[in-house]
Write a protein that binds this ligand. Sequence first.
Ligand code: ZN
Length: 193
Amino acid sequence: MSAADETAIQALSAAGAFCGECGFEPGDRGCPDCERVWAGYVKALRAAGWVPRTEGLIEAADVAYAEGDRLYDEQGFAAAEAAWGLSTVLRRMADPSKTGQDSAATPLTQSGPAQPDPTAEADRWNAANPVGSLVVAYPGCRPEGNPKAKRLTTRTRTKASVLGGHTAVVWVHGHGACIALTHVDRAQEGGAS
Ligand SMILES: [Zn+2]
């Protein structure tokens, strides 16, 4: 049972819905028959088209994001950007505490002192490049190593973070996996790219 269903059951209980036979008082957890009655009510509400606001927004965000991916494949970044942007707005409406940070992003972790410091690298990137920055990303190898390197003109969709304690990475629109910051160049807004 989802958290939203649980919330709906609490509301039904608070409103006095019960099985009709036990010694139920509004707000009680109720007897097993009450549980069955409430589950039936919630099922009926969903069948009638009721959807918790958060679930509806996240579903819409996912649809908008998939539409962006489709547009990206067919028409390129400029066509996809509006759909991805809409998806971000919908996701933020669903959970205002998340400001565009991808839920799949790996949290910042401390690196060993002897290594180059990926945490500092991520911090530097985040200070200079807010989420949504225009970038050219190379998911495979960089163009210096291979002129046929896959090149992605896109925008970041998360802050930079440290993957596995060793590599500073960021997520961009149009690519599912994270990309090392060494493979992401900031691009000029409005410039020819
Ligand atoms: Zn009952």
